[in-house]
Design a protein around this ligand. Sequence first.
Ligand SMILES: *Cc1c(COP(=O)(O)O)cnc(C)c1O
Length: 392
Amino acid sequence: MKKQQFHLPDGMIYLDGNSLGPLPRNSIERVIAMMRDEWGQMLITGWNKAGWMMQSTKIGDRIGRLIGAPKGTVIMGDTLSIKVYQAVAAALRLNPERKIVLSDNGNFPTDLYMTQGLLNSLDQGHELRIVNPQDISASLTDDVAVLLLTEVDYRTGRLHDMAAITQQAQARGIVVIWDLAHSAGALPVDLAGCNADFAVGCTYKYLNGGPGAPAFIYVRADLQDRVEPALSGWLGHIAPFEFDLEYRPGTGIERMRVGTPPILQLASLDAALDLWDDVDMAELRARSIALSELFIKQVELHCPQLTLASPRDPARRGSQVSFQFSEGYAAMQALIARGVVGDFRAPDIMRFGFTPLYTETSDVLGAVEILRDIMDNRIWDTPEFKQKSAVT
Ligand SMILES: *Cc1c(COP(=O)(O)O)cnc(C)c1O
């Protein structure tokens, strides 16, 4: 759809936009201009003159369009781990009689770690209950305070039914938080339509904001004034520049701010979001499915050594496809050495992301051709490719 608008290295087939999106060409100019004309010329006055302080809400609204969130319900800041903590803390406060946070074992570990850390510091007898993804519906019992799920499983791409689960959970008095890390920019999301209570997500994956780009948090409009922020930073205060000694939460979504926003990263993200303004999410989804279906078909035809680890039904998958292979790590290293970039998730998952803004049919076919050569000729079977590095 828009491959020309990204800087992609020559000869690389990039199938890892689900981990780190590539560099949009217009982000380069935007960040340079921001540094030169705003930071460089305005210095401290940039907070007002260049509107830096408004960026977190303005960009939140732009992301809102992609996830079915009305204006004033999404705000940027911090990392996704921090946003998970904020959301779980706020959700627990809305359900003070109950002690269980329910999640599934397909969730990304940091979501579980942050929750565990929060529950430990609360020290009020809360418990994190982790079940199999397929057992979520049956586990929505009356003792559950909060349901914390990631819509798309980071390993397999398995997709939860957000609307149905949200409805079932809320019928049981459970507050629902969705993590959209692998959903925002990957498939249509309708937070308002699903009546989700909270949602969080990151912007360096499908949204191409760049490494370390800030996360977002959504709070449904009618809940916002009831939320008591656990991370009560000064910029979430109703009047930060009065420098009161006592915290009073800001209005609406503003209270989910913590500290100083990362303006350079927001400039990069803002430029990246220009590419989304005219994207129809249903059309994007159709293209994503076409690409992943083609990939599965070709891999199964040419690489019988690999076993599909993602749901076969595209309606139950996000925008990534995973295959199991016992030497998956080495095989992925061999692929990367040949210019096909996917990634590996322990213990044996080779993961490939299909990001229709810049992935094309020729990329899919080219990737399978190289994968086939690596499999047929056991190119993965060398010490070089078995050496593990810090980030996989
Ligand atoms: C990528 C991802 C994260 C990453 O969290 P950071 O704080 O940005 O490092 C968290 N949760 C999920 C579900 C993810 O997919």
